[in-house]
Design a binder for this molecule. Structure first.
Ligand SMILES: C[S@@+](CC[C@H](N)C(=O)[O-])C[C@H]1O[C@@H](n2cnc3c(N)ncnc32)[C@H](O)[C@@H]1O
Length: 86
């Protein structure tokens, strides 16, 4: 469905069918300008170290779904983000 939507939008993108956690772990430091996180909520806190490491340090953007709709389920994650000075 993503491929069809991207094609309809005329966007050329590389789609990876892989474990996102592994893709994050394997990514080099500062690899991403933007990360849209919308996976299994219990996994969010575990992703945090690699999210922080692989986001571009100057102006990288992390967009996370369900922080309002399921605040209690991501409380550990949001606490990590809010505690991060950088
Ligand atoms: C909430 S849906 C994503 C919806 C989509 N972002 C959207 O806005 O339409 C979460 C999807 O992430 C997939 N997913 C969850 N954990 C994953 C992981 N570790 N690696 C790859 N895909 C994962 C699930 O199979 C599911 O298809």
């Amino acid at each position: 469905m993503a491929a069809a939507n991207l094609e309809r939008a005329g966007l050329d993108a590389e789609l990876l069918s892989a474990d996102a956690g592994q893709v994050l772990r394997d990514a080099p430091d500062g690899a991403w300008d933007l990360i849209f996180l919308d996976a299994e909520r219990p996994a969010y806190a575990g992703y945090w170290p690699d999210l922080l490491r692989t986001l571009r340090p100057d102006g990288g953007l992390l967009a996370v779904d369900n922080v309002l709709s399921h605040a209690d389920e991501v409380a550990e994650f949001t606490a990590l983000v809010e505690a991060e000075p950088s």
